[in-house]
Design a protein around this ligand. Structure first.
Ligand SMILES: [Zn+2]
Length: 209
């Protein structure tokens, strides 16, 4: 018999997904990425909005900003505090500030990008030397990739721990865990409140109330 997990999305790889009670979960004191001893704590806030019968889930890491997660909770978000090592900790998550900086950086390089692109086109048309315009253009393109990567590429932590869904009615959430060891210890440590999505047990059901 399947417990009421129907409402909770579990994604495409249920064998990697852990379903747990959000009010009871305790994340292991090891880094989800490298399994080193935890020395940092990263808040990850999940916003769950319902509009026109559709649900929107936004996951945000707040990085070193200590106020943001509490602010998020007043807006109805659920915040999980994840122990990580220093290297994969709060300094390395893609925060809102980083995204804004990334957009600003993009605007700064946009004009030179346009300028040198036109320069290359003109040089090709009139058979002028290409290197003086092509070299800066290549540099700008590399900078552009770096800027976008800096702000938007999901950091190691976000790739190893993907929050998929939350269900307030049963106070459960689903999270995809990439590292086998970490997934095992997450379940072991929360044996009454967490389970693999593929092995939803009755015992999880019992402790629901
Ligand atoms: Zn680590």
């Amino acid at each position: 018999m399947l417990p009421e997990k129907s409402k909770l999305k579990i994604g495409k790889h249920p064998d990697k997904v852990v379903i747990a009670r959000m009010d009871k979960i305790a994340f292991p004191e090891i880094c989800p990425v490298c399994l080193d001893e935890a020395e940092d704590l990263v808040p990850i806030s999940i916003y769950d909005k319902e509009e026109d019968d559709r649900r929107y889930l936004t996951v945000r890491s707040e990085g070193k900003d200590q106020v943001a997660p509490f602010l998020a909770e007043t807006k109805g978000a659920v915040t999980f505090w994840i122990p990580t090592c220093l290297f994969h900790g709060s300094r390395s998550v893609a925060t809102t500030k980083k995204k804004v900086m990334s957009i600003v950086g993009f605007m700064i390089v946009f004009y030179p990008l346009l300028f040198y692109t036109l320069g290359v086109i003109t040089a090709l048309q009139y058979e002028r030397p290409l290197i003086p315009v092509a070299a800066p253009l290549a540099g700008i393109l590399i900078a552009l990739v770096a800027i976008i990567g800096y702000g938007f590429y999901p950091r190691a932590l976000e790739r190893h721990l993907k929050f998929i869904d939350i269900d307030r009615a049963t106070s459960r959430f689903s999270v995809s865990v990439k590292n086998d060891e970490y997934r095992k210890s997450l379940i072991e440590q929360n044996e009454m409140h967490a389970s693999l999505a593929t092995e939803m047990t009755d015992n999880l059901e019992e402790c629901k109330g």
